[in-house]
Write a protein that binds this ligand. Structure first.
Ligand code: ZN
Ligand code: ZN
Length: 170
């Protein structure tokens, strides 16, 4: 049998601050708060899932990796292709795009900082809104969170303008 715990809440890493680990069912609310708290961070919204936000330059990659895309495609298959993928808001000024201000220490304490909790009742209550997202097993979820953190910090490191531009792709 699968080790998947049906009532185990999923968490996502806030795109505005990777130190924010947020329950999936609360990410929508959190994103609204965080967007206000980081007015200088202009993120685009995924056309497949409003809780996916990313910088404009990450859009192409997100479109390839988006976990909601497959589900979205399936859902809209019968309705037709009426939804375009170009309706995401565009950052106002692409030249002076601010860099994500992410600190390396995650000690910042937010009042809406959440940890995963096991709450079957809460899960049932939120099952409707969670249904569009595939459930990962706890080990996968942990791995994903780790990789996501690594990826984000890697991206940040590459973006440091003062850094050497060593490209090993050759
Ligand atoms: Zn946040
Ligand atoms: Zn997405």
């Amino acid at each position: 049998m699968s080790t998947k715990l049906a009532g185990y809440s999923e968490t996502v890493i806030c795109p505005y601050n990777k130190c924010h680990v947020i329950l999936k069912e609360r990410i929508q609310t959190h994103l609204v708060k965080c967007a206000r708290s980081y007015p200088n961070i202009q993120l685009e919204i995924c056309p497949f899932n409003a809780t996916h936000r990313f910088r404009a330059e990450d859009k192409a990659r997100h479109m390839e990796e988006c976990s909601s895309r497959e589900i979205f495609d399936r859902l809209h298959y019968q309705v037709g292709n009426s939804v375009t993928s170009n309706n995401a808001p565009v950052a106002p000024s692409s030249q002076s795009r601010p860099r994500l201000q992410v600190s390396n220490d995650c000690e910042e304490n937010w009042d809406h900082y959440d940890f995963p909790t096991y709450d079957p009742q809460n899960y049932a209550k939120n099952a409707n809104v969670l249904r569009s997202v595939p459930l990962l097993q706890p080990s996968e979820r942990r791995k994903f969170a780790d990789e996501e953190r690594k990826r984000l910090s890697e991206l940040e490191r590459r973006r440091q303008p003062r850094n050497h531009r060593r490209d090993d792709s050759n």
